[in-house]
Design a protein around this ligand. Structure first.
Ligand code: ZN
Length: 439
């Protein structure tokens, strides 16, 4: 077993520069020098010794404090080199970020090299259709609909202007399918929770859909169940791309289905769950920007969990950086077994995925009860036996004594951000209890 990835010499040089710059020139890290074991320690050990930063830290410090001293911020803002953008989410979740387009573009281009299909498409000037929440795109219509022209911007077409898919009617589904045919995108970039609805509509009505050369999933993960239903209708390679507004492109799925670190632009440190939980390769992602002169982020806890591939090799032959098997979900979306052990969204999804009739699901743990909402592929499948089957499958995960109630529902509600939160517990996240240092 091997959990230390291989890195190019350049990666360590960039990591060292990023840390040095943060400690010496960036106001937000004032005081962090005290944690630094110094240059006689390995670069990994130095990073490990540092605290982490959270979204709350980003808000409290404000964006200016993450820009290294000496950068001419006012001129850069005036000339448009950088701009300020608000991330999506509720007011409490939002962060004002410095946006530096050329850094983002370079990281995106680097990510395309991790998949043979995106690498072959010579991307960069391609037509791209985007299907996600307007909270991610800014293309929003509260009343009525926008024309295709109003939803077009350069080489991009935004397929949805409604706050979430529960507001889509048959006409809107058909418009999305029709516009894909008209626009003929080279890339369809989609939130899998949104695209699965289009796929299920097309499947139900036996509609043919335009087949783009690639479908790239972003905005939400893991989406194993969504992927199964999408693949019934979209036959192009389905590729997960994971990025964060704050940290750029982080992981990209290769043609063998594994997630590779985009190591030229982002450093990853992983803090694994404590070993007693029995998931030794699941950990939280801590991100460090390596190449963004306009924002210094060190060990930013982006809130996501991954499952590392302990072998550290992939059939695709790309063996630099972390290689992950899957996204495990978000830390805030963990639920807990009756024993108190954490259960990731991916663990639940791998079980639900094996129940053929289920199209969508949600698990809400509250006051010791596990309420499981299930949207069925076809409503006729609703039966007491199916409820029992789902309960029976979830019991080993939550404990034989777990109180599990399965409900068949018409749809799963989105969060105010337009994203789906498929699992949730009223037990607050305890980082100290979940993750141990020194691994
Ligand atoms: Zn690979």
């Amino acid at each position: 077993m091997k959990t230390s990835p291989n890195f190019s010499g350049n990666y360590n040089i960039l990591s060292e520069r990023a840390l040095q710059n943060a400690l010496q020139n960036v106001p937000a890290y004032k005081g962090w020098q005290a944690f630094d074991p110094g240059s006689s320690a390995s670069i990994d050990a130095r990073f490990r010794a540092m605290p982490t930063i959270s979204k709350q830290d980003l808000r409290e410090h404000t964006w200016r404090n993450f820009i290294p001293a000496g950068m001419d911020i006012d001129t850069a803002l005036k000339t448009g080199t950088i701009e300020l953008v608000q991330t999506s989410g509720t007011t409490a979740e939002q962060v004002l970020n410095v946006w530096y387009q050329s850094w983002w573009d370079a990281a995106e281009a680097a990510s395309w090299q991790y998949n043979v299909h995106t690498a072959a498409l010579n991307l960069g000037k391609h037509r791209e259709a985007i299907l996600t929440s307007p909270m991610n795109t800014g293309i929003l219509a509260k009343n009525g609909l926008l024309t295709m022209e109003e939803r077009s911007c350069g080489r991009f077409l935004y397929l949805n202007e409604k706050i979430n898919p529960s507001l889509w009617d048959d006409q809107l589904f058909e418009r999305i399918i029709r516009e894909l045919e008209i626009f003929q995108p080279v890339v369809l970039e989609a939130n899998p929770s949104y695209l699965v609805k289009v796929a299920r509509y097309a499947y139900r009505h036996h509609l043919r859909v335009f087949q783009p050369p690639v479908v790239i999933f972003s905005y939400e993960n893991p989406g194993v169940l969504a992927r199964k239903h999408i693949a019934k209708v979209f036959h192009a390679p389905l590729i997960s791309s994971y990025g964060a507004t704050e940290a750029g492109y982080v992981l990209m799925e290769c043609e063998q289905g594994k997630l590779h670190q985009v190591s030229s632009s982002c450093r990853i440190d992983i803090e694994f769950m404590r070993p007693e939980y029995g998931h030794p390769h699941v950990g939280r992602l801590l991100l460090t920007t390596l190449t963004n002169p306009w924002r210094s982020l060190v060990r930013f806890d982006v809130g996501d969990l991954v499952q590392v591939d302990p072998a550290g090799i992939c059939k695709c032959g790309r063996n630099d950086g972390y290689i992950c098997k899957e996204f495990a979900g978000r830390t805030v979306n963990l639920t807990y077994a009756t024993s108190g052990f954490p259960v990731t969204t991916a663990m639940i999804e791998s079980i639900i995925n094996n129940v053929e009739a289920v199209a969508e699901y949600q698990v809400l743990q509250r006051e010791g009860i596990y309420n499981v909402n299930i949207v069925l592929d076809e409503e006729d499948n609703a039966s007491r036996t199916l409820k029992e089957e789902i309960t029976e499958r979830l019991l080993p995960l939550y404990g034989r004594d777990a109180a599990i109630n399965v409900h068949f529902v018409k749809e799963i509600e989105t969060e105010p951000s337009g994203k789906y939160r498929l699992t949730r517990s009223d037990i607050p996240v305890n980082m100290e209890k979940l993750f141990g240092k020194g691994n």
